[in-house]
Design a protein around this ligand. Structure first.
Ligand code: ZN
Length: 136
């Protein structure tokens, strides 16, 4: 399939990622699952170069035309990278989604990037990740 999902390797969101791809009609999309998902693509220097090299490999080999960029709340990789709590995760993740979308669309002119967020929902004992929502 000429689609690619970039998301976090956190197993707790695996079901939500699969559900998103099913809903999009691309259950066989390529996957690039690394800690923090888009996080390495926001980092300076070699970290970003390596991540971008992986994206390029998949895009070229599989003739990818659409990238699904998925962030999620309560991300341990983000928390570690940013030195703990005390930041507005929602705002920061949305900012990073838009930044990385621009980066990828500049690097790969034939590729469309669609952004999604998997929210964490506190419902007392039923706290869990909700379905992915579009981020414009
Ligand atoms: Zn994560």
């Amino acid at each position: 399939m000429n689609t690619l999902l970039i998301g976090c390797s956190d197993g707790r969101i695996a079901g939500r990622l699969e559900a998103l791809l099913r809903d999009l009609g691309h259950p066989e999309a390529n996957r690039m699952l690394v800690p923090g998902g888009l996080l390495p693509l926001t980092r300076p220097g070699s970290e970003r170069r390596v991540a971008l090299g992986c994206v390029r490999e998949i895009v070229e080999v599989h003739d990818v035309r659409t990238v699904y960029l998925v962030a999620h709340q309560e991300c341990a990789a983000y928390r570690k990278a940013l030195g703990g709590l005390g930041f507005d995760q929602q705002e920061l993740l949305e900012r990073d989604l838009r930044r990385v979308k621009t980066l990828l669309e500049n690097e790969f002119p034939g590729v469309d990037v669609l952004c999604y967020m998997i929210p964490w929902r506190e419902n007392g004992e039923a706290a869990d990740f909700g379905p992915a929502v579009t981020v414009d």
